[in-house]
Design a protein around this ligand. Structure first.
Ligand SMILES: Nc1ncnc2c1ncn2[C@@H]1O[C@H](COP(=O)(O)OP(=O)(O)O)[C@@H](O)[C@H]1O
Ligand SMILES: [Mg+2]
Length: 399
């Protein structure tokens, strides 16, 4: 194992005696140290060498310790800082800690106490740096996922499409079916990557849904049409039951399309041949919400008591269902119910976590009702902004 180089400490103090004593003790404790007798020369050393920690006197001729600390922040000079003050001035100490100092000691100091604080500050800084590095690696990994994995897949789908559409020569029915299922498999991988990226973005607040008025009928019809070939292959009846006119919802159309794709995709994955999947939509008055037995994990966002009407979207199937103790947990990241292994359908357990986060960003919610071996119904509730249902004023408030 590689041995760590000794930690470097910079003492910035105008009193040579104190600096000398400190240097001796630091050397005995295994540290390398340098000394600067004023703030300006301390900053110069910080620019030319990497230090793990600065022992910084508060009152010095020339620029003060607080000013050195401020300049370290603005000039991006990264090191833990332990302030040394002879004044015991509480306000000054608070100011320094707020400005980023790790710790402080009062002069005259107890050397053991000071060494203990130095150890602690250096180890805290190391932990923080490791955490930052990990975060950076995670970010790089997500970037790699979105670009290096998704782009080639898009190219694969494009090429398959060329062949499938007969542009490179005639293809028969059987070949078209195989090419279609190849495209669907690629789309499944892309959807998994998107789910992973977006759940991460939702968790770090890096995603801002583009809220617009969304035509639900079109959205639902497009989603069902997309899965029609897969359903046909599995001899599953996939039907859409919606009233002639549906209110507009306010959502991010592309996120909403992916929510529906996840739910219909799941229904297909967990429904055996010959089953039935129904996508439906209707309106519900606010006063009826109580009778819907919405489970606690799907709590509606607050501030919607003025909304008169909600849109209820449902994706129900006659699949293998979900055990009662797993109904809430499947909405967590990476959680798959026991039924998944029975079906062996693959997946990473990210789809429903994405759906929950996405719907919450439109002030909606999702839950599931299920009976094992009979089927499941995933239910979405979204506030409805029909002119008759709610006032424009409320609509603007939500937006
Ligand atoms: N329609 C469904 N019928 C039965 N189980 C389901 C259904 N939808 C989801 N599940 C269960 O919830 C789990 C999580 O779903 P999801 O988050 O979409 O992840 P994945 O599809 O990658 O497994 C699934 O693995 C499965 O156990
Ligand atoms: Mg899924």
């Amino acid at each position: 194992m590689a041995t760590q180089p000794p930690e470097r400490i910079l003492i910035i103090d105008d009193e040579p005696d104190i600096a000398l004593i400190l240097k001796l003790h630091l050397k005995q404790s295994g540290y390398i140290s340098d000394w600067a007798s004023d703030g300006e020369s301390g900053l110069k050393l910080l620019h030319s060498n990497a230090y793990n920690l600065v022992l910084l006197d508060v009152s010095m001729p020339g620029i003060s310790g607080t000013e050195v600390l401020r300049r370290m922040q603005s000039e991006d000079l990264d090191a833990a800082v332990v302030m040394m003050t002879a004044h015991g001035n509480e306000n000054l100490v608070t100011e320094c800690m707020k400005a980023g100092a790790s710790d402080y000691v009062g002069k005259p100091f107890d050397i053991d106490d000071l060494l203990h604080r130095i150890d602690k500050a250096i180890s805290n800084r190391r932990t923080l740096r490791e955490k930052k590095l990990l975060e950076q690696e995670k970010e790089d990994f997500f970037f790699m996922l979105s670009h290096d994995l998704k782009n080639p897949l898009t190219a694969v789908v494009g090429s398959i499409d060329l062949v499938r559409e007969g542009r490179l020569g005639p293809v028969n029915h059987e070949q078209t079916d195989y090419l279609q299922s190849a495209v669907e498999s690629c789309e499944e991988v892309v959807a998994m990557i998107d789910n992973l990226l977006d759940t991460q973005r939702f968790n770090t607040g890096m995603i801002q849904p583009a809220l617009t008025q969304v035509n639900l009928s079109t959205l639902l019809a497009t989603a069902v049409r997309r899965f029609a070939p897969a359903a046909e292959r599995e001899h599953i009846i996939l039907s859409l039951e919606i009233p002639a006119s549906l209110p507009k919802i306010i959502a991010d159309a592309s996120l909403m399309a992916r929510v529906l794709a996840n739910l219909i995709g799941n229904a297909l994955k967990f429904t055996p041949e010959g089953g039935l999947i129904t996508v439906s939509c209707s309106c519900r008055e606010n006063s009826n919400l109580d009778s819907m037995n919405i489970p606690a994990y799907a709590t509606m966002p607050t501030g919607l008591s003025e909304i008169h009407c909600f849109v209820r979207i449902s994706v129900s199937d006659t699949g293998n269902g979900i055990a009662p103790d797993e109904l809430s947990t499947i909405f967590r990241r990476y959680v798959q119910a026991r039924n998944s292994s029975r079906r062996g359908g693959g997946g990473a357990g990210l789809g429903l976590a994405f759906c929950k986060k996405a719907l919450e960003s439109f002030k909606g919610c999702i839950w599931v009702e299920s009976v094992e071996d009979q089927g499941s119904e995933f239910i979405i509730l979204l506030p409805c902004y029909n002119a008759q249902c709610t006032s424009t004023h409320q609509q603007q408030e939500i937006l």
